[in-house]
Design a protein around this ligand. Sequence first.
Ligand SMILES: Nc1ncnc2c1ncn2[C@@H]1O[C@H](COP(=O)(O)OP(=O)(O)OP(=O)(O)O)[C@@H](O)[C@H]1O
Ligand SMILES: [Mg+2]
Length: 125
Amino acid sequence: MLKKIEAIIREDKVNDVREALTDIGIVGMNMFEVRGHGRQGGVQLVGRAGTYQVNMLPKIQINVVLNDRNLDAAIEAILKSAYTGETGDGIIFVTPVEEVIRVRTRERGQDAMIYPGDIDSRKKS
Ligand SMILES: Nc1ncnc2c1ncn2[C@@H]1O[C@H](COP(=O)(O)OP(=O)(O)OP(=O)(O)O)[C@@H](O)[C@H]1O
Ligand SMILES: [Mg+2]
């Protein structure tokens, strides 16, 4: 079974999280900038003209599609590397992935999720 992790994390944790995933052998990933809010609904900022509310805070979303046997290891790596203990540390969504097709080779599913030097090839050797 293939899964997708969408980890919404602090901008200043991006390198730590990317490194933590790379360290355990997660090769394929992508990321983009998102804006949103969680439980606090944004933050109050104090400026010269008084206080104002910023509702949609910038975060980075890291996406990883992977075999579900590697899901727990990847989640643990993200939890450790994205953590500060303060509000706004982020959130992780996990969803099932229907299909993966690599364009060049037409590999599908689990076959398309094999990367040289990745977490699975490390286990075998
Ligand atoms: N239900 C949701 N659906 C989509 N995106 C969400 C959802 N909840 C949070 N997000 C996104 O995830 C980010 C995580 O925000 P944040 O870390 O503040 O989470 P939180 O739930 O408020 O936890 P905490 O109490 O630790 O702050 C938000 O900025 C937003 O971009
Ligand atoms: Mg919050």
